[in-house]
Every structure is written in structure tokens, then in C-alpha cells.
Design a binder for this molecule. Sequence first.
Ligand code: C2E
Ligand code: CA
Ligand code: CA
Length: 269
Amino acid sequence: AYRADLDTTPEMVSRLSWNDRLARALEQNLFELHYQGVYHTRTRRLAHVEALIRLRDETSGELVPPGLFIPIAEKSNKILEIDRWVLRQAVRLLAERPLAPPIAVNISGRSFDDPGLPAFISELLREHQADPSRLLIEITETAAVSDLTDAERFIEAIKQTGCGVCLDDFGAGFASFAYLKHIRVDTIKLDGMFIRNLPHDHDNQVFVRGMVEVARGLGKTTVAECVEDEATLKLLAELGVDKAQGYHLDRPQAKHPALNPQEPNHAPA
Ligand code: C2E
Ligand code: CA
Ligand code: CA
């Protein structure tokens, strides 16, 4: 007899095998974190780095970008384990490198309703004796707005642990500013859609000015992502955006110089 539960579509098959791949990647340590610098627009000094996950394909040896597997991991519960793996790596690195800059990690909206996550983070920091202010948590605007109550609770709990919180992809979700009254993020990261081509896009300049004014008024720091050329970086500094990140400054890399100081480099000159 026909059984609907045995009728698997190609999409289901590929999702099933992806779930296997993700499970194996966790077991066999096939994920990697690459790091991209975030710089002060005025001084151009490094402020912190953002950790971005990649999957090392077992057979080809190639790096699989997160856009290909994070959405799949978010459909199952695998994302909760992945987010914890990322946090563990980042905190370990902070502990190993006491002089390294702070590290920002991306946390999926799915993890808001992982009630144990804030305690997991504070326990991790305590265990490794890492300063909580060196760990920054990035959550997307879309995730925050889609469940404001959970996001509010999560952010409050993270602030309690002493970590910074950044609202990522700001402006991309076409949300109003009103929800900012309820969520206590320190930093707002302006979505790349407003930044690419900024010097030649009058409308985006208007939007960036507006977002900077709102952020300033609320006492929040601004970051621009996807900064791809010098003209954009200069303009961002003029518009009062505090920090910038993008290929013009550096690309995500496994061995970021800020985390891998050349040794021995502490000898007095
Ligand atoms: P995101 O957090 O908005 O990260 C920024 C993305 O823009 C990264 O892509 C980065 O490599 C890319 N990028 C940086 N500078 C430039 C630039 O100048 N131009 C352009 N065109 N792109 C630039 P990536 O690494 O592929 O990550 C994509 C998304 O996957 C991230 O977007 C984030 O939402 C998610 N993600 C990455 N790592 C993690 C993670 O560890 N955990 C979770 N939950 N999500 C992650
Ligand atoms: Ca991010
Ligand atoms: Ca972003």
C-alpha cells in the first residue's frame, strides 16, 4: 500500500543528508571559524573581530559557506549545538590570547528559546576565566523582531553575564525603530544593503544618516558592514558611523593577525 511517509522528495533527501553532514561535522570537528576585523572609522584601528563559521568538506577539502548550511541547521535543532560550538571556540581563544581584541559571535534566533544558553555562556567564561566584556553576541534584527519577548529576555540575560550585544542586519527587516525601546543592544550593525555603493546612492546616504541619528540618540554604537572601498569608508566616517567592516579593510581569515601575533614581538624596540 502507498505510504505518504515513505514518499521522500529530492529536497527532503538533501535535507536529510545535510543533517547527517552537520552531525558528523560536529562529531569530527569539521567546522572552522574565520575572523574578520571591525575597525574604528576615524582612527582605522581594530576594535574587535567577528567570528564567521565555515564547514570543511571532507572529500573535496573545500570550505562550505554558512549560507549553505545555517538555514538547514535552523530547520532542525542542530543550530543550537553549532551556536554552542562557536561560543566554546571563541571563549577558548579569548582565554588563550589575553591580549587579543574582543570576539563577536553570531547567534541564531532559534537559540533565543534555548533557555540554558545564557547560563552556558557565563559558565564558559567563568571556566576559562575570560573577561565577559571581550565576548560580543550578534543577533539579527529579523530574529529579534519576529519574537520580541524572547529576544528581550535573551538580551537581558546576556547583558547580565557582562557580554556586549549587537543587533545585526539592521534595517534589512523593514522594521520600525519603535522596538529599539525594548531591546537593550549596545551596537547596531547597519545592513550591507545600505552600505554597498554608498557614495553613489543618495537614498542610502539619507537612510544611513537617519539610522546614525537614531542610534546616537539612544546611546548606541554603529557599525557598517560590506565596506568595499575607500570612498565608502571616508563617507561613513563623515556620516558619523563609528566602526566599519568589509573587504576593503580585511577578509575573513582563519589566522587573523590580531589573533595570531607574530612572535616574539614583545621585545622592546
Ligand atoms: P553576517 O553576520 O551578516 O556576516 C557578514 C557576511 O558578509 C559574512 O558572510 C562575510 O564574509 C561577508 N562580508 C564581509 N565583508 C564583506 C564585504 O565587504 N562584501 C561582501 N559582499 N560581503 C562581505 P558569511 O561568512 O558567508 O556569513 C553569512 C551569514 O551566515 C552571516 O551573515 C551570519 O548570518 C551567518 N553566520 C556566519 N557565521 C555564523 C555562526 O557562527 N553562527 C550562526 N548562527 N550564523 C553564522
Ligand atoms: Ca554578523
Ligand atoms: Ca550582517
